[in-house]
Design a protein around this ligand. Structure first.
Ligand code: ATP
Ligand code: MG
Length: 301
């Protein structure tokens, strides 16, 4: 397949992975090694198509920034070694750092725990014109915190608020928060990089065997594999409850990095295109001022 054909097909590429209504969502319906009708032989063309996607993204971002009207929040969630960091790095490689901010959310600090859980995320939301990337996010509150009840116990919540309904409550609050952002012109798109347990093992082994990758390895991540099924259940419930028309989830196959990146770039581009961006128009008055300024510049040394 030619790279231009792949670019043309971008819309079709993302459709199967986009969830706007979670009612019938089942994670097992999604194959982490899916590559649609592309295979390893198409890889060079996929790389060209991805480069074209990255260039288009840079152009769209420039207009987003110039217009300073819409903001875009991109949320990345995944199991360890699913390729969050690499995807963010590759897909955003062409864009102007001035209009982009990446925030990584690790275990909360004591200051974070003194506040409601959205607080630390709300502080770094993208402004108008900006693309904000969350490497992990408030969704961890329904994932790691759900899988490890001891984390919830440390959250200093008033005990009467910790009921069996807490996850349902959190989903409702998150849906409300994302609707609020959307109504303010901050567009929300969420990506779950769906890696298989088998591929994760392969990548952990690679981190051990390759000295340049040793720094990425953590024994705690390996221990966390014991909770794999609990995480998958938590992810499924999260997507069921928070996939909406306004703030969809993309369940991106993540066993093949080239395919993950292609889908993510296509999804971001489609989102930006849907905003019908254009450079701000200059009024007649302003154009007259430009003519005067040009004349003045040319007249003097
Ligand atoms: P890397 O690819 O470098 O491992 P990472 O995103 O996994 O990147 P880590 O330094 O391993 O980064 O730290 C993230 C850890 O913080 C994860 O284990 C995550 O579950 C945890 N974490 C994030 N948010 C919360 C939260 N709200 N409560 C508890 N733990 C959290
Ligand atoms: Mg980690």
């Amino acid at each position: 397949m030619k790279s231009s054909d792949i670019t043309q097909k971008a819309h079709k590429l993302i459709q199967p992975f986009r969830i706007t209504n979670g009612d019938k969502f089942r994670l097992t319906d999604f194959d982490p090694s899916e590559t649609l009708d592309l295979n390893a032989e198409d890889k060079p063309r996929v790389k060209e198509a991805l480069a074209a996607g990255v260039a288009l993204l840079a152009e769209l971002q420039d207009m987003l920034y110039a217009r300073s009207c819409w903001g875009v929040l991109l949320i990345f969630q995944a199991m360890d070694a699913a390729g969050k960091d690499g995807t963010i790095k590759h897909v955003m490689s062409g864009i102007n750092p001035q209009g982009c901010r990446v925030s990584s959310f690790k275990a909360p600090t004591s200051d974070d725990l003194d506040h409601d859980y959205l607080w630390r995320c709300a502080k770094v939301l993208p402004s108008r014109g900006e693309i904000g990337i969350f490497n992990r996010s408030y969704y961890e509150e329904t994932l790691v915190v759900r899988v490890h009840p001891e984390l919830l116990a440390k959250q200093k919540l008033p005990p009467e608020l910790v009921t069996p309904d807490i996850w349902k409550d959190r989903f409702q609050d998150i849906r409300g928060f994302e609707r609020y952002l959307t109504r303010n012109g901050i567009i929300v798109r969420k990506f779950f990089l769906n890696v298989s347990k088998k591929e994760q093992k392969k990548r952990f082994l690679e981190r051990i065997e390759n000295p340049d990758r040793n720094w990425k390895f953590s024994t705690a991540d390996v221990a966390e594999r014991a909770n794999w099924d609990a995480y998958m259940e938590a992810y499924e419930d999260m997507i069921r409850n928070t996939a909406t028309e306004d703030a969809p989830w993309y369940v991106v196959p993540a066993d093949n990095k080239w395919f993950t990146r292609l889908v993510v770039a296509a999804a971001i581009n489609e989102t930006l295109k849907s905003l019908h961006l254009a450079y701000p128009e200059v009024s007649k008055e302003e154009r007259r001022e430009l003519v005067v300024a040009r004349r003045a510049l040319l007249a003097k040394k």
